[in-house]
Design a protein around this ligand. Structure first.
Ligand SMILES: O=P(O)(O)OC[C@H]1O[C@H](O[C@H]2O[C@H](CO)[C@@H](O)[C@H](O)[C@H]2O)[C@H](O)[C@@H](O)[C@@H]1O
Length: 261
């Protein structure tokens, strides 16, 4: 973990609550929602939903979900609370104030996506228990529930097959998932864009996975980075579970509201 600016998370939250415009950016799976086998059935825990709703009621406060999911999938799983900003596909898709934006894909890009689809379909068919989730610019090969050795074999086969196809895609390791995208944007890019878009004077970002490290690294002095669960991190603070993240958000909502904003 990085050296925190304040010795305790409570002190850091109090300082953050007093900023002029606060951006609360949150990863979804593993941070607000516990892992489940079927991503379509994933939902934020009630405590997290309540805390997000309270933050959304405070003026000069913006809340965003920043996910590896495609933005449509994120919208369904998060049930897209009123006023929320959505970032999908690790920063490749935005849904802000009802407007969708994403980088245009050239014909060549679409051809690479189609080739990638075929390559991963073959890998999945050769590795029972895996399945492929489609996204606008890539795919996730899911391995949840497989024994470690089978998961490893599927991941290695996918990496090899994609490398052999010479597609030059971005590879992201996640929790029981390996992702391949023709776009290389990161959650760090997403947080920089969100900061500009909202004019935030301070940012909280919470996440649990390797891809969230790009988000943490994009934060600076006066911001707060919160890692959920175990694993190496550059975040300043750590909690154990989505329930703990929800408690942090509830505290922040309470303190932020008390500032009179
Ligand atoms: O950036 P996130 O919001 O954390 O999204 C990361 C990936 O989340 C989803 O997969 C993960 O959650 C699933 C549901 O709990 C679980 O079955 C899977 O094993 C996890 O990796 C989503 O399906 C992926 O597209 C996201 O990239």
């Amino acid at each position: 973990m990085s050296e925190p600016m304040f010795p305790t998370l409570d002190e850091a939250l109090t300082r953050l609550a007093s900023t002029e415009h606060l951006l609360v950016a949150l990863d979804f799976d593993g941070t607000l929602a516990p892992f489940v086998d079927n991503p379509e059935e994933s939902r934020a825990i009630p405590e997290a939903r309540d805390a997000v709703a309270r933050l959304l009621e405070v003026s000069h406060t913006t809340v965003a979900f920043v996910s590896g999911r495609a933005v449509d999938s994120l919208s369904r799983a998060s049930e897209s609370p009123d006023g929320i900003l959505l970032v999908g596909s690790h920063g490749a898709e935005y849904r802000f104030d009802g407007v969708d934006t994403h980088p245009p894909l050239s014909d060549g890009d679409r051809a690479r996506v189609a080739t990638l689809s075929g390559v991963l379909a073959v890998v999945s068919s050769e590795h029972p228990g895996t399945w492929v989730e489609a996204k606008p610019a890539g795919f996730a090969l899911h391995t949840r529930g497989l024994p470690d050795e089978l998961e490893l074999a599927a991941n290695e086969a996918a990496r090899r097959a994609v490398a052999d196809a010479n597609l030059q895609v971005k590879v992201r390791d996640g929790k029981d998932v390996i992702e391949f995208s023709i776009l290389s944007v990161t959650k760090g890019d997403a947080l920089r864009h969100l900061r500009d878009y909202t004019g935030a004077t301070a940012v909280l970002y919470a996440g649990d996975d390797v891809t969230d490290e790009d988000g943490f690294a994009a934060l600076g002095e006066g911001d707060l980075s919160l890692k959920c669960g175990p694993g190496d991190t550059v975040a300043n603070y750590r909690v154990a579970s989505p329930a703990d993240v929800a408690a942090v958000l509830a505290t922040l909502a309470q303190e932020r509201a008390a500032t009179g904003r």
